[in-house]
Design a protein around this ligand. Sequence first.
Ligand code: CTP
Length: 399
Amino acid sequence: MLKGKKILIGITAGIAAYKIPFLIRLLIKEGAEVKVVMTAESCDFVTPLSLSVLSQNPVSIEPFNKADGSWHSHIELGSWADAFIIAPLTANSMAKMATGITDNLLLATYLAARCPVFYAPSMDVDMYHHKTTQQNIFTLKSYGNILIAPNSGELASGLTGMGRLEEPQKIVEILQSYFTKNLSLSGKKVLISSGPTIEPIDPVRFISNHSSGRMGNALAYEAAMRGAEVIFVSGPVNEYPEHPSIKLVKVSSASEMYASCTEVFPKADICIMAAAVADYTPQNPEPEKIKKNEDTLKLDLVKTRDILRDLGKLKNKNQLLIGFALETKNEIDNAISKLHTKNLDFIVLNSLKNEGSGFGFDTNKVSVISKDNTISEFELKPKTEVAADLFDIIQKEIV
Ligand code: CTP
């Protein structure tokens, strides 16, 4: 499963660094190619020489070589790797990762990495339970990194509790299952709509909504990581997902989104409409800026075309169509009604009543309802994990 996979291991200064030579041996045995980047302080716990012999590659520590002035590119390591595992990860390095500090090669590599990053915190029990540490673990997760949670047990300090680095064999298994999962959507084309639409009133004003596009971004990235080819139709947002398998189609208004989605849909295997499409648009946008000559201003709005409903009419038996529902009351009933009237396979219900859920948050709490009305409820979690939950459900449907 790991044959030919390029694994970059990052080591920070924790006693559990002694487990890393075993991890490297196991990875090499599985056919992976391994490189190591380590902090200068971690060299007191495990020697670069042992790591270089075992990995059959030079170990990177400093950003440049003082002797000959050559530069070790942090970008190179991060783009070489298929996965970056930072283990053990100390509380100190984790805090730096969570805030973007890059005062060594390992941290700069992390910030520049394009591959999935696995992080395995390891420290003393009280440090682990400190609110700052827990917040940093959460922050890193919300950025899409994958947590390899520590175990509970006897610690180097003599105390017992959470903080032991996961065993090397288990880390290898986590990687194996990650790569297996990632093959699961290969050959599939996934259409995802995301973000708000903006409807012009005049050349300087518009009607829109608070959608940040973060849920759609997470979905696109998750689909791409599972091997799908993604066509990502997005309204204007601040950040777009970056992945070689994501083709970005930028649109502005509901009618532009309609045109792009209906054009792509016949070729798609899976379509997820996560966009917050305007339901109404100004009937006659003014060609010139409206002057404030009158005390009141009446805008005539007309309904936009419901993209999802029209895709539901076009859907064939081999396609899966998933919608989102944002409700403020009678949530389940309204979502079920949209599921059936729009001919969907699943609907993902967001409620604005849940704290930390909906527009502008990195987290979301959703229920996924399938066409036989089965409801799967999920906890409040980072949008990246909500995306993974949804694709786990979708995948069961396509095998
Ligand atoms: N949707 C769409 N085209 C529209 C409006 C909505 O494709 N013109 C899609 C959204 O992307 C979402 C689903 O329909 O996947 C439900 O959107 P939502 O705003 O919750 O519901 P509406 O159908 O617009 O109904 P209402 O606003 O009355 O709740």
